[in-house]
Design a protein around this ligand. Structure first.
Ligand code: AMP
Ligand code: GLY
Length: 417
């Protein structure tokens, strides 16, 4: 099978790594990719948001399957363009990707499907904002309606800050605050059948102790020893299957990866958000544990054959990933700094720990930073404590001037407290 992956992050590197280990994959291409992905896939330059360019590239390469990694091309209709030229694609249509592209749309689908989520108001004027903030009280949760790379959400006790964020957005969703730990649960679907993956936990805030601004995600781990063993079944029944059924009922079936961001509150599981693609960095730890070859799973979803897929097989090992970000992320990150230590990690820490590239590019002999999140250092171990130790030992070998990473990824759970 010839596979073309669209995207450039650590999620795409994790997808390409798994695909490169799949004996059914005879050729692996990625566009635009990064310096790390270049080690496992052939890179091509393409504007990932241009459906015509992506489908032309897929046709030229004779791709049997296209996997669209990030949300922006999905929301722009890139999967539709590839499907139109007759190539199977893993990723939802433009209309179905609205589950991520518009928080108001997602709320509407959840209401119709009776999926448990935070109560909310959609607001477009300062008066509506004021009324909604007043109705829920502090802490305030204010979400930009559109795509914002994980940075459109403000959770604050400060009424003026909540108002300022709301009034800076055209349309906002203001909702009740959900307490309790968060879980990311991914499911593969072909629009009818839903196959859940293993849950993971993401660390969204920039700084240790869950301080600082929201980011795209600074680290993750899986499995979740503290979670109820029935959690996945419960979310399948109350969230994932009803949502997929509702999308099909509307005539806009959702196929690809449905990502449920959940809060485990004192009153039960609630959906915080949906995403229409694999999460980053959770994918790095989920795929580290997946034993079933990936290409067949993605192809079954792309071609409507998931019902025939044998049950997924999972490793008993745990996985942890730690994101190394540029100076000043999630603000305007500094880029162009050389990264060293990558060869040492490959030589001394493989196969238990390895580096997945996010924002990097090759400049002559050097690999340099090229984005906010730069690397995602991933490790496996017999338990979370071993996986975490291995991940941080590898992080310690890497040098990137001005970089930052959290030192407490999976710390509490690994120590059993
Ligand atoms: P989102 O982009 O919707 O995932 O929101 C980003 C982060 O903001 C989430 O991972 C949560 O940590 C936080 N958040 C979003 N909605 C709520 C809510 N209703 N209550 C508490 N925290 C929230
Ligand atoms: N880790 C959060 C996301 O992928 O949206």
């Amino acid at each position: 099978m010839k596979v073309l992956v669209i995207g450039t992050g650590a999620r795409e590197h994790a997808l390409c790594r798994s695909l490169s280990l799949d004996p059914d994959v005879t050729a692996l291409h990625c566009a635009p990719g990064n310096a790390g992905i270049a080690e496992v896939a052939e890179l091509h330059q393409v504007d990932a948001l241009d459906g015509a360019a992506v489908s032309a590239l897929a046709a030229e390469l004779g791709a049997d399957l296209v996997v669209v990694g990030p949300e922006a091309p999905l929301v722009a209709g890139v999967a539709d363009a590839v499907r139109e030229v007759g190539i199977p694609v893993f990723g939802p249509s433009k209309e179905a990707a609205q589950l991520e592209g518009s928080k108001a749309f997602a709320k509407d689908v959840m209401a119709a499907a009776e999926v448990p989520t935070a109560r909310s108001y959609v607001c477009t004027t300062p008066e509506e904002v004021e009324r909604a903030l007043d109705a829920f009280g502090a802490p305030y949760v204010v979400k930009d309606d559109g795509l914002a790379a994980g940075k459109g959400v403000v959770v604050t006790g400060d009424l003026e800050a909540a108002k300022a964020h709301a009034n800076a957005c055209e349309r906002v969703v203001i909702e009740e605050f959900l307490d309790g730990p968060e879980v990311s649960l991914f499911a593969i679907t072909d629009g009818v059948t839903v196959v859940p993956l293993q849950p993971a936990q993401d660390f969204k805030r920039a700084l240790d102790g869950d301080e600082g601004p929201n980011t795209g995600g600074m680290g993750a781990y899986s499995p979740l020893p503290w979670a109820d063993p029935k959690l996945v079944d419960e979310v399948m029944e109350s969230v994932l299957q009803p949502t997929v059924d509702e999308m099909r009922r509307r005539g806009t079936p959702f196929s690809g990866l449905l990502y449920a961001g959940l809060a485990i509150t004192s009153r039960g599981v609630r959906v915080i958000e949906f995403n229409a693609r694999f999460g980053d960095p959770e994918t790095q730890v989920v795929l580290a544990r997946l034993k079933t070859p990936l290409a067949g799973i993605l192809m079954a979803a792309a071609t409507g054959n998931l019902a025939d897929l044998p049950p997924l097989r999972w490793s008993d090992e745990a996985a942890v990933t730690v994101v190394i970000a540029s100076h000043n992320y999630p603000g305007t990150p500094r880029t162009g700094d050389p990264i060293t230590g990558l060869d040492e990690v490959a030589a001394e820490h493989a196969p238990h720990a390895y580096v997945l590239h996010a924002g990097t590019r090759q400049e002559g002999d050097a690999v340099v930073s090229a984005g906010g999140r730069v690397l995602s250092v991933t490790a496996s171990g017999q338990d979370l404590s071993e996986a975490r130790d291995r991940a941080y030992r590898a992080v310690g070998r890497i040098r990137l001037d001005g970089s930052q990473h959290r030192t407490d990824i999976a710390a509490k759970v690994a120590s059993g407290t």
